[in-house]
Design a protein around this ligand. Sequence first.
Ligand code: ADP
Ligand code: MG
Length: 211
Amino acid sequence: MADAVHGADLTAWVQEFARLVHEQRDVLTELDAAIGDADHGTNLDRGLAAAVSALAAESPTDPAAVLKTVATTLIRTVGGASGPLYGTFFLRASGALGEGDGAALAAALRAGVEGIAARGKAEPGDKTMLDALGPACDALDEALADGRPLDVALRAAAEGAARGRDATVPMVARKGRASYLGERSAGHQDPGATSATLLMEAASTALAGRS
Ligand code: ADP
Ligand code: MG
């Protein structure tokens, strides 16, 4: 099957996510300095470096096992809200991942995003990572339903995430530390929506050219 997603593809995805977060670490932390506690970039960078190391040490080949290793490492090593939330994302995605083609990947991503929503009790418009991830899943599902190949659909998902990230700027935060600022949280881009966009960009890059 042209679109089949293997463990190595998912490992490449996480490696690329780690690379982008490392590159954007200071940007993420500055965004969090404006409406939070200035740790989002350093938190995630540390956790993803640990996840990449764990994947190298354990070399899981099964796709679900790759995602589970990432989940447990992030939950263990990332402090703050985003560690458990990204951990939940990868754990739920792992549990939902069926025999891997594009539709299976899309279903796993959707399950991961629903896991974040359940764990964080956030809704669309609350100015969180969900505001990037929800539109990303919608764009992915729509592109696949239109018969697009997985690489094209993942590019659409990354673009959906970026639009959702940009839309967080005028929002007033209703969840997480930024919500303590009330109206003063408006006018700032949400750090978690920014890192979540990197997650989708990494998927697009790492899984490109598969079909
Ligand atoms: P902390 O706020 O504990 O310092 P981070 O700085 O690592 O954690 O992550 C902050 C990001 O986490 C926010 O920008 C937001 O996107 C996300 N976030 C915070 N709380 C929630 C929640 N309840 N549901 C979904 N996402 C959340
Ligand atoms: Mg923070």
